[in-house]
Design a protein around this ligand. Structure first.
Ligand SMILES: Nc1ncnc2c1ncn2[C@@H]1O[C@H](COP(=O)(O)OP(=O)(O)OP(=O)(O)O)[C@@H](O)[C@H]1O
Ligand SMILES: [Mg+2]
Length: 323
């Protein structure tokens, strides 16, 4: 299969450079030789039918999986495939299945996200000296600032599990931002949101970009993708089949075919397809009013708020098997 790449306006230096990334699970090649670059100032979309390998690719970028082959560079330096080192380097992410500390408050969840940026050691924390107290006050101030930014400041003392679903997604973004990233990876940030929440999420993503943070976003909601992204890459059965601006993606026959479920060249099996996605690929108008931007596919993917994950306090980036 050939990959066509339209000329794209690049906005700055590469922040992320993934080269030849392959992820195999036994006989299944979930990510097949994918190259992808995100430049500073960009919002880049990653789309593809269910099971295309999008989340697996994110897991390779963030050290949750060690890619079978390929390299991932952040600002020119090859990243070791360890989640905490990736976070420390400057890449933060949210998860397709929300992972919050359900029994902690909203503010505490954001404070946990800051831990990769705080220097105070265990001894200092136990002794609670003036230096520790100063650092703690500063962290709280920054965390409150992020809650303000995400529109959650008035919920700071609420338990995370009591937030409505859309606000849990926003809280995950605020927590990711707490690690002061240069690149934010969002895995289906509007899944389960209503049209108004989706519209607000778009504005939040633009505001994050305006803070100088590059963004790579996976979504099934094509209107959201085409409203937001400078550039979009399409994964099908682990391969990047096209990358470019909205017109390039929408006019590519292979994209439509992939979403409609026809077999790809040289393969016997049709990709899992979502008809609603296929319609949206072809029809999605830019800057759609919020009321029209609903994506029925997302309703099916939504999880109830009560199912917010209770990830362990030492692993906010989760375990290998999870999305
Ligand atoms: N840990 C794993 N072990 C074995 N197979 C896996 C593992 N993780 C993912 N896969 C497989 O890799 C393929 C790609 O899955 P992935 O979750 O990356 O798709 P996706 O594009 O994110 O799909 P969706 O849009 O439904 O979220 C699927 O066939 C999936 O079953
Ligand atoms: Mg996924």
């Amino acid at each position: 299969m050939t990959t066509s790449t339209a000329p794209v306006t690049t906005t700055g230096d590469p922040v992320l450079e993934a080269t030849g990334v392959i992820m195999r699970f036994g006989g299944l090649t979930a990510v097949n030789n994918v190259d992808l670059t995100v430049n500073s100032g960009e919002i880049v979309g990653l789309i593809g039918p269910n099971g295309a390998g999008k989340t697996t690719f994110f897991n390779c970028l963030t050290g949750l999986y060690v890619p079978t082959e390929g390299t991932v560079k952040y600002k020119g330096t090859v990243l070791p495939p360890k989640p905490h080192l990736v976070t420390q380097a400057g890449i933060a992410r949210t998860f397709q299945n929300i992972r919050l500390f359900a029994n902690m408050t909203v503010l505490e969840n954001v404070l946990v996200g800051r831990h990769s940026r705080t220097k105070e050691g265990l001894l200092s924390a136990v002794l609670r000296g003036p230096k520790y107290k100063r650092a703690e006050a500063e962290s709280r101030e920054k965390a409150m600032g992020l809650l303000e930014f995400a529109g959650l400041a008035d919920k700071a003392d609420h338990l995370a599990r009591n937030l409505p679903y859309g606000e849990q997604r926003k809280l995950e973004i605020a927590r990711a931002l707490a690690s002061e990233p240069g690149l934010l990876l969002l895995d289906e940030p509007t899944a389960g949101m209503n049209p108004q929440e989706t519209r607000a999420a778009e504005e939040l993503v633009f505001a994050i970009r305006d803070r100088g943070i590059a963004i790579l976003v996976i979504e099934h909601d094509m209107r959201f993708i085409f409203n937001l992204c400078d550039r979009t890459a399409v994964l099908v059965q682990g391969q990047k089949i096209v990358e470019g601006d909205r017109e390039t993606v929408q006019s590519d026959e292979r994209v439509i075919t992939a979403y409609l479920g026809a077999p790809l060249e040289g393969t016997a099996e049709a990709p899992a397809a979502a008809d609603a996605d296929a319609d949206a690929i072809a029809d999605a108008p830019a800057d759609l009013p919020a009321e029209a931007a609903a994506d029925p596919v997302e309703e099916a993917d939504a999880e109830p708020a009560a199912e917010a994950s209770t990830a362990s306090a030492t692993s906010t980036t989760g375990t290998e098997d999870e999305k």
